[in-house]
Ligand binder design. Structure first.
Ligand SMILES: [Zn+2]
Ligand SMILES: [Zn+2]
Length: 274
């Protein structure tokens, strides 16, 4: 059994998840979790299948708060949201939020999903970045860095999400100096915000990657800068609520981490040993 026993990054049928919230809570109980946080994609004015519909935000909140009451004698249930840079939602009254960048947006409102189907991203690279995949990655990291510095979130979501489609499209050399320097330069200023860097196993569970976000070289430097991490599954299906946690924890230990942070039993966040 893995040590984390929690996830702050969980999607349900309120957004693009496959499992209802009640099934996720039941899976958390069956897995011996000490806490669980729901993080539906915050409302957006575009790409509606992926997020909570603005008119359903209150109902989403009500269901999670009802699960919180139902599970009160078992573990705390937290009401969170994954808030994209281009979400139209006010931060609102959530226990916490995960700051993520999922899209490129042109000034006239045309969007391209960074972690969606590979073809539209390839078209974006060709049309907007002169065919230069590294330029696409540079734009992504600049958006995420500026968003985190501005919004000061408790959690930074899937820091190097560009790896997902690069795995298939080979848009740039992930092991090359130029990419690594770019990713490190974007990450470094975020360490002093105090945000937790999410170690996200979602792309492993869905068969896209063989290691979590972020890549090991980023995790090593984050620790050297005094940064803390939270292991999360970015779960869309209750069967995978703690998928690949053992791998993520082993990777963290190899990167020198002795502890990580999870949603707490008595306080919002708590540290535990790895
Ligand atoms: Zn996300
Ligand atoms: Zn997510």
């Amino acid at each position: 059994m893995s040590l984390t026993l929690s996830s702050a990054h969980v999607h349900t049928t309120w957004c693009d998840g496959k499992s209802p919230a009640a099934d996720m809570a039941r899976a958390a109980l069956e897995n011996g979790f000490v806490s669980l946080g729901f993080s539906s994609h915050a409302p957006q004015t575009f790409d509606p299948p992926c997020c909570v519909a603005p008119e359903k935000e209150e109902a989403y909140r009500a269901e999670i708060l009802s699960l919180r009451r139902e599970y009160a004698d078992k573990f705390p249930v937290y009401l969170g949201t994954e808030r994209d840079l281009y979400s139209c939602a006010a931060p609102g009254a959530y226990d916490y939020f995960i700051a993520s960048v999922h899209y490129f947006m042109t000034p006239d409102g045309r969007w391209t999903a960074i972690d969606g189907a590979p073809e539209p991203l390839k078209s974006y690279v060709d049309a907007e970045c002169g065919g230069d995949g590294l330029e696409m990655a540079r734009r992504y990291f600049a958006l995420l860095r500026d968003y985190v510095l501005d919004a000061r979130p408790p959690v930074i979501g899937h820091f190097d999400l560009v790896r997902k489609n690069n795995f298939r499209l080979r848009l740039y050399d992930e092991d090359g100096d130029a990419y690594r320097r770019m990713a490190l330069d974007a990450l470094r200023p975020l360490a002093e915000t105090g945000a937790l860097l999410e170690v996200n196993t979602g792309a492993m569970a869905r068969g896209y990657l063989t290691t979590p976000y972020p890549a090991p070289f980023l995790l090593r430097e984050w620790r050297a800068w005094g940064g803390k991490v939270t292991v999360a599954s970015d779960c869309h299906n209750a069967r995978f609520l703690d998928a690949y946690y053992d791998d993520a924890e082993a990777l963290l230990r190899a990167a020198g981490y002795r502890s990580a942070v999870r949603l707490g039993r008595r306080s919002l966040w708590e540290e535990y040993s790895l």
